[in-house]
Design a protein around this ligand. Structure first.
Ligand code: GCV
Length: 691
C-alpha cells in the first residue's frame, strides 16, 4: 500500500463504454468550485476525480486551505478530523447531524447544505469517496435550496463481487465460467491481462455503486489458479494495486487441497499440524505482499472440489483452519454452503437437493470462528428465476452469513435477454424468515455477495442493459431499502443523461417499461410456478423441459400425465418445508396457503389444481407463456422509440439482442406449452396453437 501517493485516475478506457460514469454524469460537480480537506490515498482519488470533472465542465478544485481558482467554494469534502479550526461551514454541517459526535464509521458520510455550500463530511477516507459518488448521483439536486441533511452508512459491511474467471481457458467453461460478456478483465490464456486502465475503470464503476470487495478467480480452482496463492501471488498483488485507489479489497478463491497440490504435503487434513502451519505461513506471505488482502473464498466438497470430507472432517473444521490463518492479519474466509450430492440417482425420491445446504450446515451453527463467513446462495437450489429464500439464512444465528446473488445471468437469459434483477433481489432482501415481526434477510446477513456479470466486452456486461444489474447489486447492498425503480432511475440518469437528450421523458419511461417487469416476463415464458430448471443441460440457455429430468443433478419437475411439481412437504414429501421457521414452515406446507409463484417448488399438484389467481395450473402455464412472449414483443417495439435517444452503439447492440430474446422466448413458449399439452391432454381454453 502507498497511502498518500497521488493517484492518477485512469483516462476512460478508449474501448470501454463509460457505463454509469460518463463525463456528463459529472456536470454538476465539475462545474463547481470545490475544496477537499484530508489526506490519504482515497482522498487523493476524490481530488483527482473532481479535478478531471472540472477539466471537462469548467469548475475548479483546491486541496486544503485556499479558494478554488479564487472563488468561494460551492462544494466541500472534508474528513472531520481535517477540518481547519476556523472552518464554519464544516462545523455547521457537522452540527446539523442528528447526533454530533456519533461516528460515521469507516465508510459512512453526511451530506449537508448549510447556506450556499454543499458539504460532505466523513470520519474515514472511504466515506469521502462514497460521498463524492452520492453527490454525482444527486447532480443539481445536491445544490438546491432545500437539500436536507442526510447521513449515509452502508447496511452491509462487505459488498462483494465474485468473479468466476479462470486464468487458463477451461476446455468446457472457457475463460469465464458462466460468463456472457467476453473474456476476463483479469486473465487471458493463462496470463494476467495487465490492462491497468481497464482495471481502474472497473474499480471506479464499482466504488460508484458501493462495492468494496472483489474475488478475482473462479471458485472452481483448477491447477493453474491454485498457484495464485503462492508463486503467482504477484499477479494478484498487481490487481490489488489497481483496485485499492477505489477502496476495493481483493480476495482469492483457493483450493482446500492447496497443501497437497502446492507444497507436496501428504494430506490437507484440517486438524493436521503440518497443514495448519502451512496455511499460517502461506497466509503470512500473502499479507507481506498485499497488506490489505481481503481473504479466501472456498468451495469445498461441492461439485468435485476437494474439502474436509476426504479426511473425515466437517465444514467447520475446514473453514476454521483457514480462518485461524487469516485472523491475525484481519482477513476473513468466505466458505460456501453450496454443498449437495451432484451424483444423485434420479429414481431416489428421498434425496432432495433443496435440503442439502441446511442439512450440512445448520447442525454446525456455533462452531465457526468469527472470521468465517458462511456464504449461502439466496435460494436452496441454484439461482433459478424463482425460488424460495434459503432456509439456511434463518438457521444459523451463531454464524456470520453472506447471502450470494448471481448478477451473471446464468439462468436468467445469459445477458442476451433483458432481465432486470433488482425486483427479485429486493424481494429476497426484504423477506422475513420469521414472519412480519422478525428480521429481514438484509438484516440477518453480514455480507452481500454476487457472481459478477463483467467481462472484457466493450459494454462490460455484453447486454448494455445488464449494466443496470451490476449497478443495482451495489446499490441494494449499500441500501437494501431502495426501491428497484429508484435504482433504475439513478442508473438511467447517470448512464444516459436524459436531461440533455431530445426526449428525456420518453427515454426514462421507455426504459422503465422495458426493464421494470422484465424479470417477471422472463419468469412467465420459462419454467412455471417455481419448478425451476427446464434449461438445456450444460450451457443452461434455452428450453429443454426434460433436459435434467433423468440426470444425477437433483433438479427434477416430476411431470406426468396427471400433474407436475416436487412434493417437499413434511406430510408426504421430502420434508424440506420443515427447514423453515414458523410461519413459513406452515405456509409452504399448506397447499391452500403456498404462494402461487412457488407452488410447484413445494407441491406436486394435478393440472386442474386451481391457483389463488383463479386459473388452473395448466391454463396458467399456457397463459403465462403466451403473455411472456407478447411482453418481449412489446419490449422490442418500445426499444425502437429510442433510436437517436441513446448512443447508436447501444441502440444497435440492444436491438440485435432483443431479436434473439424474442426468438428464444418463442421457443420457450412453444416447447413448454407443447410439452404440457402432450402430457396432460388438456386443450388451451382460448384455442391457441400449442403445437
Ligand atoms: C462455479 C452452478 C453453476 C456452476 C458453478 C456453481 C457454483 O452449478 O452452473 O458453473 O460453479 O453453480 O456456484 O459453484
Amino acid at each position: 500500500m502507498s497511502p498518500g501517493t497521488l493517484v492518477t485516475p485512469p483516462e476512460p478506457c478508449s474501448d470501454a463504454h463509460p457505463a454509469w460514469l460518463p463525463l456528463e454524469a459529472w456536470r454538476a460537480v465539475g462545474a463547481r468550485h470545490t475544496v477537499v480537506y484530508g489526506q490519504g490515498l482515497l482522498v487523493d482519488t476524490v481530488f483527482a476525480e473532481i479535478e478531471r470533472a472540472c477539466a471537462g465542465h469548467g469548475g475548479a478544485v483546491a486541496r486544503g486551505i485556499g479558494e478554488p481558482a479564487g472563488h468561494p467554494a460551492q462544494l466541500m469534502f472534508a474528513l472531520v478530523k481535517s477540518l481547519p479550526p476556523g472552518d464554519d461551514l464544516g462545523r455547521m454541517a457537522y452540527a446539523e447531524l442528528a447526533a454530533p459526535g456519533e461516528s460515521l464509521g469507516s465508510e459512512g458520510f453526511v451530506v449537508a447544505r448549510p447556506g450556499e455550500v454543499t458539504v460532505v463530511l466523513a470520519d474515514a477516507p472511504a466515506g469521502l469517496l462514497y460521498g463524492l459518488f452520492e453527490v454525482v448521483r444527486l447532480g443539481e439536486a445536491a445544490f438546491g435550496p432545500a437539500y436536507p441533511v442526510r447521513v449515509h452508512r452502508p447496511a452491509l459491511g462487505r459488498r462483494m463481487l465474485d468473479h468466476w474467471d479462470n486464468v487458463d481457458v477451461h476446455p468446457v467453461m472457457g475463460q469465464v465460467e458462466r460468463g456472457y460478456a467476453g473474456g476476463s478483465i483479469f486473465w487471458r490464456d493463462g496470463r494476467p491481462r495487465r490492462d491497468r486502465a481497464r482495471l481502474r475503470a472497473y474499480a471506479r464503476l464499482l466504488a460508484a455503486c458501493g462495492v468494496n470487495a472483489v474475488s478475482v478467480n473462479n471458485v472452481n480452482v483448477h491447477a493453474t489458479e491454485a498457484r495464485l496463492l503462492t508463486e503467482r501471488l504477484d499477479e494478484v498483488a498487481e490487481i490489488a494495486d489497481e483496485l485499492r485507489a477505489y477502496a476495493i479489497r481483493v480476495h482469492l478463491s483457493v483450493t482446500f487441497a492447496a497443501p497437497v497440490i502446492l507444497a507436496g504435503l501428504p494430506t490437507a487434513d484440517p486438524l493436521d499440524d503440518r497443514v495448519r502451519a502451512w496455511w499460517a505461513e502461506t497466509t503470512r506471505r500473502v499479507y507481506d505482499r498485499i497488506p490489505d488482502f481481503g481473504g479466501y473464498l472456498v468451495k469445498a466438497d461441492s461439485e468435485g472440489q476437494p474439502g474436509p470430507f476426504s479426511y473425515g472432517r466437517d465444514h467447520a473444521d475446514g473453514a476454521n483452519l483457514l480462518a485461524e490463518a487469516l485472523a491475525p492479519h484481519g482477513g476473513v474466509v468466505h466458505w460456501r454452503a453450496f454443498v449437495y450430492n451432484h451424483r444423485q440417482d434420479w429414481r431416489d425420491r428421498s434425496t432432495d437437493r433443496a435440503r442439502a445446504a441446511f442439512d450440512h450446515f445448520a447442525p454446525l451453527d456455533g462452531r465457526f470462528l468469527d472470521t468465517v463467513i458462511v456464504q449461502v446462495k439466496h435460494g436452496p437450489i441454484d439461482f433459478q428465476a424463482r425460488e424460495p429464500v434459503s432456509p439456511v439464512i434463518a438457521a444459523m444465528p451463531g454464524t456470520r452469513l453472506a447471502v450470494e446473488f448471481q448478477v451473471t445471468q446464468e439462468y436468467t437469459g445469459q445477458q442476451r435477454h433483458v432481465c432486470y434483477l433488482a425486483p427479485w433481489w429486493s424481494e429476497v432482501l426484504q423477506f422475513r424468515p420469521w414472519g412480519d415481526d422478525g428480521r429481514s434477510v438484509a438484516e440477518v446477513a453480514a455480507d452481500l455477495v454476487a457472481v459478477s456479470n463483467v467481462g472484457d466486452d466493450r459494454f462490460w456486461t455484453g447486454h448494455p442493459l445488464a449494466q443496470a444489474n451490476l449497478y443495482a447489486f451495489g446499490r441494494l447492498a449499500w441500501d437494501p431499502g431502495l426501491s428497484p425503480e429508484t435504482v433504475l432511475d439513478e442508473w438511467i440518469d447517470l448512464t444516459f443523461d436524459p436531461a440533455s437528450s431530445a426526449g428525456p421523458a420518453l427515454l426514462r419511461s421507455t426504459l422503465h417499461e422495458i426493464m421494470d417487469d422484465s424479470w417477471r416476463s422472463y419468469e412467465r415464458y420459462t419454467a412455471p410456478l417455481g419448478v425451476g430448471f427446464m434449461v438445456r443441460p450444460g450451457h443452461h440457455y434455452g428450453p429443454d423441459v426434460d433436459g435434467y429430468e433423468y440426470t444425477p443433478w437433483g433438479t427434477y419437475h416430476f411431470a406426468d400425465r396427471d400433474g407436475v411439481g416436487v412434493d417437499r412437504t413434511r406430510a408426504t414429501g421430502t420434508g424440506f418445508t420443515g427447514q423453515y421457521p414458523s410461519p413459513w414452515a406452515e405456509v409452504y406446507e399448506s397447499l391452500d396457503n403456498c404462494p402461487d409463484e412457488l407452488l410447484l417448488f413445494f407441491h406436486h399438484v394435478p393440472y386442474g389444481h386451481v391457483l389463488h389467481s383463479g386459473s388452473t395450473v395448466i391454463q396458467h402455464i399456457y397463459d403465462t407463456h403466451f403473455a411472456g412472449v407478447r411482453e418481449v414483443e412489446a419490449m422490442a417495439r418500445r426499444w425502437q422509440r429510442l433510436a437517436g435517444l441513446v448512443g447508436d452503439d447501444v441502440y444497435a447492440r440492444v436491438d440485435e439482442l432483443l431479436g434473439e430474446q424474442l426468438r428464444c422466448a418463442r421457443e420457450w413458449r412453444d416447447q413448454v406449452n407443447a410439452y404440457f399439452h402432450r402430457k396432460s391432454g388438456v386443450p388451451d381454453a382460448h384455442g391457441r396453437p400449442l403445437h
